[in-house]
Design a protein around this ligand. Sequence first.
Ligand code: SF4
Ligand code: SF4
Length: 254
Amino acid sequence: MLEKTGIPTKEDIAGVTPSAERRGRGPVAVIECYQRIPCNPCYTSCRFGAIKEFEDINDRPELDFDKCTGCGQCIVNCPGLSIFIIDESYSDKEALVKMPYEFLPLPKEGSFVTALNREGAPVCRAKVVKVQNAKYQDRTPVVILAVPKEYSMEVRFFNEEDYYSDNTYVCRCEELTMGELRELIRMGYRTVDEIKRISRAGMGPCQGRTCRQLIMQELAKATGQEMKDMPMTTFRPPVKTIKLGALLGGGKDE
Ligand code: SF4
Ligand code: SF4
C-alpha cells in the first residue's frame, strides 16, 4: 500500500501512535517515517535522547514517548517532512497538530483552513494558531493547527479553502445555512445569542449541539475573537430529546 500510494496502512500508523494517555499529557512527536532510508537527522537533532540511537543509518526512528518533550526540534531537521507534534492537552475540545509546511504563501495566523487527512481528503475545519519560522528562507516553516481533539491523529495537511461553503447547513433543525449565517454576521449580529434570537438556530430538537460550535467558529473567524472569550448561550433542560412519558412521570429516560 505505502509503496504504491504513499499512504500508510492502519497498522503502520498504529506502530507510531503514542497512547491516548500520553497524548493527553502534553505535546509529543509522531514520527511517520515508514521506510528504511539512509537518513538520521531526527536522531542527531534530539537533545533529549528521545530517539533511539541508529545502529544502521537505514534504521527507522524509534521514539521513546515518555522522553519526548514535544519541543519540535526534530520537525525542522527532518528532510522527509515526516514528523508531527500532537498536543491533546491544549483545551477541553481541541488539540494542536504541529506540521512542517514548505509551500508559499504561508497561511495567516488566526485564519481558518480545511484540515486534510493522509489521503488528502477533508476532515474538519481548523484554525491556524501559529506559523513558526515564517521569516527565515533557510528553515522549514511549521504550521500549528487547532483541530477537534478526535481528529488529532487524522489531520496531517490542510488547504486554505474554507471547509464550509455557503450552502452548508449550520443548523439542520432550523435550516440555517452558512451563507445565511455569514450574512447575519455581516449585518452586525455578534454573539451566539443574537444569532439564535434572529434565526432560531439552536432552538430546534437537538438544542444546538452542532450549530453552537459552528456559529462560534464563524463568529471567531469574522471578528478575530478567541472562542474561549466569547459568551455562550444558556443551556436549558432538556439537553437532549426525551420521551414525553419520562417528562410527565419524572422518571429516567433510557
Ligand atoms: S519533539 Fe523534541 S524531544 Fe521529541 S523527538 Fe523531537 S526533538 Fe526529541
Ligand atoms: S530525519 Fe525524518 S526522514 Fe530522516 S529518518 Fe528521521 S524521520 Fe525519517
